[in-house]
Design a protein around this ligand. Structure first.
Ligand SMILES: *Cc1c(COP(=O)(O)O)cnc(C)c1O
Length: 502
C-alpha cells in the first residue's frame, strides 16, 4: 500500500521541479493536438491502478501539454501567475477539504472569508457596508452582481422577480459600451434579460464611454435600467470616467455595475489609482483574484452596495440547513452551493504581501509594460499601438513590402506571434482591435521583473528577424514547425487551439 505521505511527496517534488524550470522551458505547450489526446484516450478502466502510478503517469503524460502560464514571460490573454504562498495555501484548502457553503460546514473558512471581504473593501477603498461574495471567477461575479441589480431595479417598479420571474416583468434596458468583455453578455443571458435588452454605445478613441453618449442613449429612460461600465478594458486598459458617468445613470434610476476583472486592483497603485476615481460610487463591482492578485484558479469576487438586494437574489433555505443568524453565511451571497474554501489562498496572499506588497506587483507590472513598449518600439517593423497606461498593450508587426496593406500586416502579426510562441521564450496572444489583428500584451504575473524586459525584447527581435511564412509554414500547417534550438519533443499536428479568442 502506498503511504499517504508518498503520494504527497510525488506531487511536492514535481512542484519544486516545475517551479525551478518555469522560466527555462518553452512557455507554449510542447505538445498539442492528436498526439496529446492519444495519451489520454482509451476505454474507461474496469480495474484500478496503484495511486502512485496514476500520479506519475499523469505528470509524465500531461506536463508537456501544459501552458506555462505561471512563467514571468507569459503575457497571453489576461491571466495571473501563482504566488508560492497562494499555491501552498491552496493545497491546504484541499487537505482540509472543507465545504465552504455555510458556517456549520466550515466555521474557520466562514470566519476567514468574512475577514477577507472586509480587508478587500478596506484596501480597495470601497464602502465598508457593501456585501460581497467569493465566486469561481469574474463571470459568476457578474452573474451575482447583475442578479442583485435585477432584483433591485424591478423591486423599485413594484415587481418581485424572485417570486414572479422575468415573464411579464417590466422590461429592463441595459446600457454597455461596445467593448465590454463577453462575460457580461453571458451573465445577461443567464439572468433571462436577453441580448436584445442591451443597448451598446460606441466608445470614443480613448476606449471610454463618453458621458454625452450615455446621456443621449438614456434620454427618456424611466423604466428599470442597468449601466455596465469598465475598469480596465482588455486591449488598452481604458477606464471609464465614473465620476461623470455614474451621476448620468443615477439620474435615470439605473443600477451601475462595473467590470473590474483586473482594473479594480489599480486602486492599490501608488501612481495610477486616480484612474479609478469615482468607481466607489458604483452599485456593484466584479473582479478577479486569479489575475493580478496571483492566486490559483478559481477566484472571483462580487461587491454589492445594496446588500438586501444581493441577499434576496441569492439566499437559500432548506430544512436541513442549520443557519447561524448572527454570522454571515457564505452561501447566502453566492450562486454556488457546495464550494471550495477559496478565501484561504486570498487570506494567505493578503497577509503575506499586505496592501504595500500588492501595490508593488500592480505598479511593477505597469512599469514593465511601459519598458516593454519602449524596447519593442526600437525594433524595426514593430508598432506599439497604445502608450500603456497600465499593464495592457497592443502591438502590430508590419510587413516591410512598401505595397503592403492592412491584410498583409495582419498576416505578418500572426506570423511573428506564432514564431515567438513556438520559439518558447515568451508567450503572447492575438486579438482583433479596430478591425486589425494585433498582439496583445498583458502583464499580470507577480514574478515579472525588470530583468525580463531585455529577454522578452530579444525574443521579439529574433522573431521579427527570422519569421518568414514561406520558411516556417508549410501550405496546410497552421502552426510553425519547431524552430531555433528549442528542445521540443512533440511535433505540431496543426490542431493547436486558436489563440485569437478574446
Ligand atoms: C478575465 C476577464 C473577465 C472574465 O473573468 P473570469 O474570471 O475568466 O470569469 C471579465 N472581464 C474582464 C475585463 C476580464 O479580463
Amino acid at each position: 500500500m502506498t503511504q499517504f505521505s508518498d503520494l504527497l511527496d510525488i506531487v511536492s517534488s514535481f512542484a519544486n521541479e516545475h517551479h525551478e524550470r518555469a522560466d527555462r522551458v518553452s512557455i507554449a505547450p510542447r505538445l498539442t493536438g492528436a498526439r496529446l489526446r492519444e495519451r489520454f484516450a482509451g476505454p474507461a478502466p474496469t480495474t484500478g491502478s496503484p495511486p502512485d502510478d496514476v500520479l506519475r503517469d499523469l505528470i509524465k503524460d500531461a506536463d508537456e501539454g501544459m501552458l506555462a502560464s505561471t512563467s514571468s514571460r507569459f503575457f497571453g490573454w489576461v491571466m495571473g501567475g501563482n504566488l508560492p504562498v497562494a499555491l501552498a495555501a491552496d493545497w491546504l484548502v484541499s487537505v482540509w477539504d472543507q465545504n465552504a457553503a455555510i458556517v456549520a460546514t466550515s466555521p474557520a473558512s466562514a470566519a476567514i472569508e468574512k475577514t477577507v471581504g472586509e480587508w478587500l473593501k478596506e484596501m480597495l477603498r470601497l464602502d465598508p457596508e457593501m456585501s460581497f461574495a467569493l465566486t469561481t471567477g469574474c463571470q459568476m461575479a457578474h452573474a451575482t452582481c447583475l442578479a442583485a441589480a435585477r432584483n433591485s431595479v424591478l423591486a423599485r417598479h413594484g415587481w418581485d422577480v424572485e417570486a414572479e420571474g422575468m415573464i411579464g416583468a417590466p422590461s429592463i434596458r441595459i446600457f454597455t459600451g461596445s467593448n465590454v468583455h463577453a462575460s457580461t453578455g453571458r451573465a445577461i443571458r443567464l439572468l433571462g434579460f436577453g441580448t436584445s435588452s442591451v443597448t451598446t454605445i460606441a466608445e470614443g478613441e480613448d476606449g471610454t464611454l463618453h458621458p454625452d453618449a450615455l446621456r443621449e442613449a438614456m434620454e427618456g429612460v424611466s423604466g428599470p435600467s442597468i449601466v455596465v461600465l469598465q475598469a480596465g478594458d482588455l486591449n488598452i486598459g481604458a477606464f471609464d470616467n465614473y465620476a461623470e458617468l455614474i451621476p448620468v445613470a443615477k439620474k435615470h434610476g439605473a443600477w451601475v455595475h462595473v467590470d473590474g476583472a483586473f482594473g479594480l486592483w489599480l486602486r492599490l497603485s501608488r501612481s495610477r489609482s486616480a484612474l479609478t476615481d469615482g468607481l466607489e460610487l458604483a452599485d456593484s463591482i466584479a473582479t478577479d483574484a486569479h489575475k493580478w492578485l496571483n492566486v490559483p484558479y478559481d477566484s472571483g469576487i462580487a461587491f454589492v452596495r445594496d446588500s438586501d438586494a444581493h441577499r434576496r437574489s441569492m439566499e437559500v433555505s432548506a430544512s436541513y440547513i442549520e443557519k447561524n443568524s448572527v454570522i454571515r453565511e457564505p452561501m447566502d451571497w453566492t450562486p454556488e452551493w457546495s464550494r471550495r474554501a477559496r478565501a484561504i489562498p486570498l487570506y494567505a496572499v493578503i497577509r503575506h504581501l499586505g496592501s504595500e506588497g500588492l501595490a508593488d506587483i500592480v505598479d511593477r507590472t505597469c512599469e514593465i509594460t511601459s519598458a516593454l513598449a519602449a524596447s519593442f518600439s526600437a525594433i524595426p517593423g514593430v508598432r506599439v499601438l497604445n502608450e500603456p497606461r497600465i499593464n495592457q498593450m497592443l502591438v502590430r508587426f508590419l510587413d516591410d513590402d512598401p505595397s503592403a496593406g492592412e491584410a498583409d500586416h495582419d498576416r505578418r502579426t500572426q506570423e511573428v506571434v506564432k514564431f515567438i510562441n513556438a520559439d518558447g521564450g515568451a508567450f503572447f496572444t492575438t486579438t482583433e482591435y479596430r478591425k486589425q489583428l494585433v498582439m496583445r500584451v498583458s502583464a499580470c504575473g507577480w514574478s515579472l521583473t525588470e530583468e525580463d524586459v531585455a529577454t522578452v525584447a530579444d525574443c521579439v527581435r529574433r522573431a521579427v528577424e527570422t519569421a518568414r511564412s514561406d520558411a516556417i509554414f508549410g501550405p496546410d500547417v497552421v502552426e510553425p514547425v519547431l524552430v531555433a534550438d528549442q528542445t521540443f519533443d512533440g511535433e505540431e499536428d496543426g490542431t493547436q487551439p486558436d489563440h485569437s479568442i478574446r
